[in-house]
Design a protein around this ligand. Structure first.
Ligand code: B12
Ligand SMILES: Nc1nc2c(ncn2[C@@H]2O[C@H](COP(=O)(O)OP(=O)(O)OP(=O)(O)O)[C@@H](O)[C@H]2O)c(=O)[nH]1
Ligand SMILES: [Mg+2]
Length: 447
């Protein structure tokens, strides 16, 4: 292998991995990954457009075609670096990466993605793509020599691409345990895949603290996350944007820590899905952030059947990564859903936009009773002030000491997001004094 030893490549990640895996996976690396189960699990692909390239129209069409044929597509968006693409593919543990490139530099860019995948130890993640007439046949031949599986040229029917994906990546088990010298993220990615495939039937046992040698030895790197936050709210309220801003603050507050994000998007049983939260994230494209996207697979209520198992793995941390904080984003939920079971998360944040309708609608939102913090995001919109007043009155009826924050998540350095961040940290240590809060009546603290 042309790359330097693991310890040199990943100086912060030289833990003895196998010893830290939950016992069920250590004894049987294939646990939950046999062929039968594989066939009932959608193929997962990551798609993206390279850095300095905004041509996203082709990939958007191709994404829809993949989804229509039962494939789960994690879309990373456009203007993405090779490192962002490789990191996301490894964390999401996809079968392959589809890159759509129009602005040139494709020979080097595709090869760089392949090289980075190898550095992660993820040799079995394929790379394919296209770029209309901008990628010549000679370029494609060169790219294939550098490890690219296939380039599609102008005029190729969409059906041919779907068939290729299904034939190439549809019938192999995706998750032999990652090799011993693979990157932590790759190993964790594989564990999460196993957790999504077992579907609670056989090997999906929760990893127990005692199975981790690191935790038995009191190793500091095996610590549980300091804080697990569940973020829910209606579709498009700004959950992902807000989480991304919170991630930035968590990373800055603890410069060596890592943050995990578990994100959900909807899908119907047996169908494909567009898992698009990554495309809305900027700060979370960072080596210190581990993000995984899950499809709901037809389950109502905002989470996936595998959420609890995945969360257990992130909390238990068999990789010894030592996540400081875990953030869970639900699917956009409506009036009826209270997504987080007791004990699943430490704090729940309900994010809403000022456009909820009238006061009557507020009475019907179950999460306004259950959330620890309610965020009225998009406070730059005209209706925001009225919304905050109405929500505050609604919360004061609960007499639960819930918090209310007004934010503009899409604004850099927003004071409301700062306050939410302080609040989450303060709540975790039960020290409300860090919150620049003003009492607004009732039992609600409003920022
Ligand atoms: C649409 C378009 C735009 C739109 C983009 C809209 C959008 N949001 O995507 C707009 C007008 C914004 C635009 C802007 C620019 N563009 Co432009 N654009 C095009 C155009 C006309 C079509 C590209 C396209 O979407 N085709 C439709 C797809 C579906 O078909 P296809 O390309 O044949 O691809 C097939 C396969 O390759 C495959 N495929 C493609 N990607 C993938 C990915 C995967 C995973 C798979 C499996 C398959 C696959 O799918 C198709 C199936 O048949 C091309 C010219 C052309 N005719 O190709 C120029 C072109 C790509 N643009 C070009 C340029 C220069 C620009 C600008 C720099 C212009 C400028 N000076 O501002 C900007 C850059 C914008 C940016 N931020 O990057 C050049 C690139 C030149 C080069 N690389 O040498 C081109 C080639 C035009 C030209 N002849 O000069 N552009
Ligand atoms: N005006 C305004 N727009 C915002 C704000 N925060 C986010 N947005 C925009 O709202 C849209 C949806 O944001 P997301 O963060 O994707 O919302 P979401 O709740 O995660 O959406 P789903 O995951 O699809 O439910 C994007 O276009 C954001 O740019 C804000 O404070 N003000
Ligand atoms: Mg979102």
């Amino acid at each position: 292998m042309p790359y330097p030893p693991l310890a040199e490549r990943f100086p912060d990640h030289t833990i003895e991995w196998q010893a830290r895996l939950p016992v069920v996976l250590r004894q049987n690396p294939q646990a939950g990954c046999d062929m039968k189960k594989r066939l009932t699990t959608p193929i997962r692909l990551l798609t993206a457009v390279p850095i300095c390239d905004g041509h996203d129209s082709a990939i958007s069409t191709i994404n829809l075609e993949f989804i229509r044929h039962g494939i789960e597509v994690i879309y990373l968006g456009y203007h993405r670096s090779a490192r962002d693409i490789a990191r996301a593919a490894v964390q999401e543990d996809v079968r392959a990466i589809g890159i759509s490139s129009y602005n040139g530099g494709h020979v080097e860019f595709f090869a760089q993605v392949v090289k980075l995948l190898w550095e992660y130890g993820a040799h079995d993640i394929g790379v394919f793509g296209g770029g209309g007439g901008t990628i010549t046949h000679a370029d494609a031949a060169l790219m294939q020599k550098k490890g690219v599986s296939r380039i599609f040229f102008a005029g190729t029917p969409l059906a041919e691409m779907v068939d290729y994906v299904k034939q190439t990546w549809g019938d192999e088990p995706p998750t032999k345990a990652a090799k011993a010298d693979a990157h932590d993220d790759h190993r964790l990615g594989r564990l999460l895949t196993a957790a999504t495939m077992t579907d609670g039937r056989s090997n999906g046992k929760k990893p127990k603290a005692s199975t981790s040698r690191a935790s038995r030895n009191g190793d500091a790197t095996a610590k549980r996350p300091r804080l697990v936050v569940g973020v829910c709210g209606p579709g498009g309220a700004g959950k992902t944007t807000l989480i991304d801003e919170l991630v930035l603050r968590f990373l800055r507050a603890a410069p060596t820590s890592r943050v995990a994000v578990l994100s959900h998007d909807p899908s119907i049983i047996g169908s494909g899905a567009l898992l698009g939260d990554r495309a809305a994230m900027y700060y979370s494209q960072d080596d210190r952030v581990f993000m995984r996207s899950l499809a709901t697979g037809g389950r109502a209520g905002g989470l996936s059947p595998a959420t609890e198992r995945c969360l257990q793995i992130l909390k238990h941390d068999p990789a010894g990564i030592g996540f400081d904080v875990v953030l869970v984003e639900t699917v956009g939920i409506g009036q009826e859903a209270v997504p987080f079971a007791p004990g699943m998360v430490d704090k729940t944040v309900f994010v809403m936009s000022p456009e909820y309708g009238s006061r009557l609608q507020l009475q019907k939102i179950a999460m306004l009773d259950a959330a620890d913090v309610v965020v009225v995001n998009k406070s730059d919109l005209a209706a925001a002030k009225t919304a905050s007043n109405e929500v505050e009155q609604r919360l004061s009826m609960n007499q639960r000491g819930q918090r209310l924050v007004a934010t503009v998540a899409k604004r850099h350095r927003d004071a409301g997001v700062d306050a939410l961040f302080d609040m989450l940290n303060g709540m975790e240590s039960h020290n409300a004094s860090v919150v620049p809060a003003c009492r607004m009546g009732g039992d609600v603290t409003c920022v």
